[in-house]
Design a protein around this ligand. Structure first.
Ligand SMILES: Cc1cc2nc3c(=O)[nH]c(=O)nc-3n(C[C@H](O)[C@H](O)[C@H](O)COP(=O)(O)OP(=O)(O)OC[C@H]3O[C@@H](n4cnc5c(N)ncnc54)[C@H](O)[C@@H]3O)c2cc1C
Length: 429
């Protein structure tokens, strides 16, 4: 007899779980609280959906589940994702390893998933929020005589609330997959309700913080440099210890720092702040130079342009707004004559371009985060992503304590974990 599987959450992980379970013959019901599935997918990759990356590496992932990187991705990795979407009819574009649909429309990814759900007869309930999961009580299974009523065989009741009528309903399943997402971009539906459901069943949740998110800084000068985008090297310090280095396009905003290099280490900053540590970012506006080259650059410049104002002298070094900021921070004036600037102040100017230390006081909130870090701990899950606390309950996607850097790694995790949970839920004996 085919197993009855419920999937809670119609995001990337939930849809993949439902499809894989249905491919293996399960009768699958997918519950989604929004009026449509896959809302978040449409927002990914600036509407183009960077759905995976050819350059998979363990170092792209954080969280307790990252320790099981090999076990997870060897069972359903990038190749499997490419095959899956290709079999769904989607052409794929590889941009330096970053994978997109050939159409460059995130809607294509969602459409092929929706068509596949339909094709393999997954029953999709939209506008249906799952409130809780109930473990079947011993006396509710009298009709099924042949099955032992051990914990292992207990069915799980999915308690839903209709977003339209507010009416409650319970339906029992052989397995339930929780794929409710984390807390990032709550407008797309992932508001953390999955964590509440899991906690009520006895699970522990690693502190959930925003990740792939902008960082707010205490310095008041940010307003003067808002809008600047520049190549920079960024080092993250926590309690004075170097924690990460990233190179890329830094975006300065009126409240702090943004851009891919900032996103990449934002989860470390978020946990640092959560634990009340001192979090700083050190900005190098001229990251291409070795120490020797840097010294030479300035030596030649001071010698060859001794006349004129400091503003003229610095023109061409960096963005105009950065130059103005550095003049101010060095204690000099725009119109100061270069020849009058003492050695100490010259050195200060040189150092500021290479090392502008700013204090991170906050991350932006979940609204602005692309993912959330934290979630269901790996130690409470089997390698099939089944709960060790509640048999027949599975997890998939961002709800698990695993998050990736920018570049398609988070969606790859959603596909991988969804496929593993879906297949296991459909075939457990
Ligand atoms: C702006 C943005 C851009 C991004 N770009 C990229 C990118 O280019 N590449 C990449 O790899 N990653 C990207 N990400 C991250 C990626 O989208 C997510 O990591 C991934 O979609 C998570 O999938 P998920 O299925 O686990 O969760 P979600 O996509 O959050 O899906 C969870 C679903 O569960 C539903 N749900 C929640 N609770 C309940 C409940 N109680 N009952 C019923 N339904 C419920 C929600 O409505 C939602 O539809 C981006 C994220 C954002 C916000």
């Amino acid at each position: 007899m085919s197993r009855k599987v419920a999937v809670v959450g119609g995001g990337a992980a939930g849809m993949m779980a439902a499809i894989q379970a249905a491919h293996l013959g399960a009768q699958v019901a997918l519950y989604e609280k929004n009026n449509r599935v896959g809302k978040k997918i449409l927002a990914t990759g600036n509407g183009k959906c960077n759905f995976s990356n050819m350059n998979m590496d363990k170092s792209a992932y954080y969280g307790s589940m990252a320790a099981f990187y090999d076990e997870m991705f060897s069972k359903f990795g990038v190749r499997d994702v490419i095959d899956f979407f290709s079999q769904c009819g989607m052409l794929i574009k590889d941009k330096n390893g970053y994978l997109y649909p050939r159409s460059e429309q995130a809607a294509t990814v969602l459409d092929v998933l929706r068509f596949e759900l339909d094709k393999c007869k997954v029953t999709v309930y939209t506008d249906m929020s799952v409130e809780s999961i109930r473990i079947e009580q011993s006396d509710s299974r009298n009709s099924e005589k042949n099955r032992e009523n051990s914990d292992e065989n207990k069915r799980l009741g999915v308690i839903t609330v209709s977003e339209d009528s507010g009416s409650n309903e319970v339906k029992f399943y052989d397995a339930v997959i929780l794929a409710c997402g984390g807390m990032a971009a709550p407008k797309t539906g992932s508001d953390g309700s999955g964590f509440k459901i899991a906690k009520a069943l006895g699970h522990h949740v690693m502190d959930v913080v925003p990740a792939l998110v902008q960082l707010r800084c205490s310095e008041t000068f940010f307003k003067s440099v808002a809008g600047v985008r520049t190549d920079a090297g960024l080092t993250l310090y926590i309690d004075g210890q170097k924690e990460a280095y990233e190179r890329g396009e830094l975006q300065l905003t009126d409240y702090g720092i943004s851009g891919i290099p900032v996103f990449q280490f934002s989860r470390k900053a978020a946990y640092g702040l959560l634990h009340k540590r001192k979090v700083e970012a050190d900005i190098n506006f001229l990251p291409d130079y070795t120490d020797g080259e840097y010294e030479e650059l300035w030596k030649t410049r001071w010698e060859s342009q001794p006349s004129g104002s400091l503003e003229q002298f610095l023109t061409g070094i960096a963005n105009k707004k950065i130059n103005q900021l550095i003049i101010k921070l060095s204690g000099c004036g725009t119109f100061d004559k270069v020849s009058d600037i003492p050695a100490k102040k010259r050195k200060k100017i040189e150092d500021l371009y290479r090392s502008l230390r700013v204090t991170v006081c906050k991350t932006n909130d979940f609204e602005h985060a692309q993912v959330s870090a934290g979630g269901i701990l790996a130690e409470e899950l089997t390698l099939d992503l089944e709960s060790k606390v509640v048999p027949n309950l599975y997890f998939a996607g961002e709800i698990i304590d695993m998050d990736g850097i920018c570049g398609g790694y988070n969606l790859q995790w959603a596909w991988t974990s969804g496929a593993l949970a879906g297949r296991a839920a459909a075939t457990k004996h």
